[in-house]
Write a new protein. Structure first.
Length: 304
């Protein structure tokens, strides 16, 4: 054998090569030349061609050295450049397509199956900004493999209004069943809660209603300036933008009546009028008739 333990030895080395033959009185013989040439051919055929025309037949030991000046990988079976790994080329999906409830995306190179532990990052094309007061299924389909649910990381529950917003970056990790959200892709969005006085009617003059969702915690910031039709309203109600899972929310509120001085108010969750936040003066006094009534509410609660 010409190669042994990674070292090439020509076949007639044992007799001292051609010099050894001469010293033994062996002349130039065609058979011995053919044997030697075949030995060279066998040795050469066990080498890798630099033009890639043959392939390795076993694992290659680089002896502590490295591949350098490699081309960028384009297939899942290629060796990746460090630059491609650092740049996140293989987990970046770009801007998602489809709809907020059924997103689509493309990984390059294309994946052929989902596998637990896969991680992807994307920019959200369609935010959950107008629907989803209750938890409902929302999916993503990568490389047309099939739609998988996108769920909250802490408990695999479905998302709701505000879980993510358009343009935000979202990171997903596949757990073998669903894609879990592992970052905070939400942001402050405008919502339209129902505002109801306990009696009479309220004509809103100015409103600012905002919410933000982090996992299952909803933060709200409400301001309303309104005209009260009757003086018998001891409280006002704001509907929740997303349904609550429990009533242990924390809120702070101020309220003033018909142009009066704002003062601290009682504010808590209630089932009056459905799932709502009730705001009332601490002294439980009436809200006066006329313009200039103001209610300000901030707080957080645990949603579905």
């Amino acid at each position: 054998m010409p190669w042994a333990a990674g070292t090439y030895t020509k076949g007639n080395n044992g007799t001292g090569g051609w010099t050894g033959d001469a010293s033994l009185g062996i002349g130039i013989e065609a058979g011995r030349h053919d044997t030697q040439d075949n030995d060279f051919a066998t040795g050469i055929n066990q080498c890798l061609n630099k033009d890639g025309s043959n392939s390795a037949t076993g694992n290659l030991n680089l002896g502590g050295f490295k591949y350098t000046n490699a081309a960028a990988a384009t297939a899942r079976t290629d060796l990746a450049q460090v630059a491609q790994v650092q740049d996140g080329d293989y987990i970046w999906l770009g801007t998602t397509g489809g709809t907020a409830t059924a997103q689509t995306a493309t990984a390059t190179p294309a994946i052929t199956a989902y596998k637990a532990g896969q991680k992807f990052r994307m920019q959200i094309g369609s935010g959950l900004g107008s629907t989803g007061t209750v938890a409902t299924a929302h999916t993503i389909n990568i490389n047309s493999i099939g739609a998988k649910n996108i769920v909250n990381n802490e408990d695999s529950t479905n998302p709701t209004l505000g879980t993510w917003v358009a343009g935000a970056l979202m990171e997903l990790v596949y757990d073998g069943t669903n894609f879990r959200i592992t970052n905070d892709p939400g942001g402050w969005i405008t919502v339209t809660p129902t505002f109801t006085p306990s009696a009479g009617t309220a004509t809103a003059n100015t409103t600012y209603y905002y919410m933000r969702k982090r996992g299952r915690v909803v933060s709200i910031r409400y301001f309303i300036l309104w005209t009260q039709s009757v003086a018998s309203a001891t409280y006002v109600l704001f509907s929740h933008p997303v349904e609550w899972a429990e009533t242990g929310g924390t809120f702070a509120a101020q309220i003033c009546s018909a142009g009066g001085t704002p003062s601290a108010a009682s504010c808590y969750q209630t089932t009056t009028g459905g799932q709502s936040i009730i705001v009332r003066p601490y002294n439980f006094g009436n809200l006066l008739t006329g313009a200039g009534s103001i209610a300000i509410v901030t707080g957080d609660y645990y949603s579905v």
